[in-house]
Write a protein that binds this ligand. Structure first.
Ligand code: NAD
Length: 359
């Protein structure tokens, strides 16, 4: 039996409860794990004086694999975001967000089976910004106005949109590799190259080049606004969607909404050195410590991790067991019940037990 070392970052709020449920479910598969517990977030700040300690980064680098619970971001505190910090420190350039209908979960759409591949490090998220009225903004505006026919207002705030050929190539290659490994038929590149001819134009051109190297997988492109409308009207026409950071942020939440919301949606951040899998939802502080949060999104993130390491049978077993428990509707947490009554619902741990019994 293959054994994998995984850095387990339980996080805070409901994180430790859903992480423990997920750990038990993964332990019950045919795959072996060694778990290295790591701190991040507020508990790490108390213990190590840093929300993202170097020891946690070292652990994920060493293992190449991380499974992470949600982390509370204190509003207005000036702490760096752990999620952005992890992505940048480990070069996690691909954000993988599958959106698949799970029978039994209330959702506005049926039979959705889409995968969003979002570029995670470039675009307007690179963090190059200049605030309104600052001397730095004035210098940048001056330099641009001296070179551009179109002029920027002197008091404008500026965020730079940055797209590179290398960044575009590796994300589109990742989308094609994912499509091949997971028997997907089509990749759609999403962009706004009709307006942003240089940045999105570069992304589209590179996507077309990469597509030509993968003739076995169908390729097409869509302008992002049209893509959103088509997802509402004909989602069955689409399969794997690859796009720059900002569009990916928005479209992946749109697709999560189509399948029943953030509470059921898994995710992964994949890079050259390591990959970290985590649910999309936050730390849900009002449910913390009550053993009532839904462990499903974190468990499905664990299944994504299994797919990533090539343990496809175990991934399918976990996904199948989750789907069976949810569609039966008996051993599910409050949020999956029509009455949303925690007193009648399964607990986090009893839902995990029911999933384990179906493996
Ligand atoms: P949230 O996802 O924590 O909660 C949104 C709603 O969904 C709440 O009603 C919550 O109770 C419910 N919910 C979420 N997950 C659930 C689950 N597993 N089971 C049952 N119900 C669930 O979003 P929020 O309230 O905007 O954020 C709370 C904190 O989490 C904030 O500090 C935010 O910054 C942080 N956050 C962290 C991450 C992350 O670490 N990846 C992601 C999003 C938000």
């Amino acid at each position: 039996m293959a054994t994998y070392s995984v850095s387990l970052i339980p996080g805070d709020g409901i994180g430790p409860e859903v992480a423990e449920a997920t750990r038990r479910i993964l332990e019950a598969t045919a795959v072996g794990f060694e778990w290295e517990y790591c701190d991040a977030g507020l508990n790490a700040l108390e213990k190590h004086g840093d929300v993202l300690p170097e020891t946690t980064l070292e652990s994920v680098r060493r293992n190449g694999l991380g499974l992470k619970g949600p982390i509370t971001t204190p509003v207005g505190s000036g702490f760096r975001s752990v999620n952005v910090g992890l992505r940048q420190a480990l070069n996690l350039y691909a954000n993988l967000r599958p959106g698949k209908t799970i029978p039994g979960v209330q959702a506005a759409f049926e039979n959705i089976d889409l995968v969003i591949v979002r570029e995670n490090l470039e675009d307007t998220y690179a963090g190059v910004e200049f605030d309104t009225g600052t001397p730095e903004a004035a210098e940048v505006i001056g330099a641009i106005n001296a070179r551009s026919e179109k002029q920027i207002a002197a008091n404008a705030a500026i965020t730079i949109k940055m797209i590179t050929p290398e960044g575009s190539r590796r994300i589109v290659e990742y989308a094609f590799d994912y499509a091949r490994k997971n028997k997907r038929k089509k990749v759609t590149a999403v962009h706004k190259a009709n307006i942003m001819k240089f940045t999105d134009g570069l992304f589209l051109r590179i996507a077309q080049e990469v597509a030509a190297e993968h003739p076995d997988i169908e390729f097409e492109d869509r302008i992002v606004d049209n893509m959103c409308m088509q997802l509402m009207q004909k989602p069955d026409l689409y399969d794997v969607l690859v796009m720059p950071n900002l569009y990916g942020d928005i479209v992946s939440d749109l697709v999560a909404g189509m399948i029943g919301g953030l509470g059921v949606a898994p995710g992964g951040n994949i890079g050259t050195e390591a990959a970290v899998f985590e649910p999309i939802h936050g730390s849900a502080p009002t449910h913390a410590g009550k053993n009532e949060a839904n462990p499903m999104a974190m468990t499905l993130s664990g299944a994504l991790m299994l797919r990533h390491i090539g343990e496809i049978d175990a991934a399918e077993a976990v996904e199948g067991a989750v789907a069976a428990v949810v569609s039966e509707g008996k051993d599910v947490t409050y949020d999956l019940r029509p009455d949303r009554d925690p007193s009648k619902a399964a607990t986090t741990s009893s839902m995990a037990d029911a999933i384990i019994a179906r493996l």
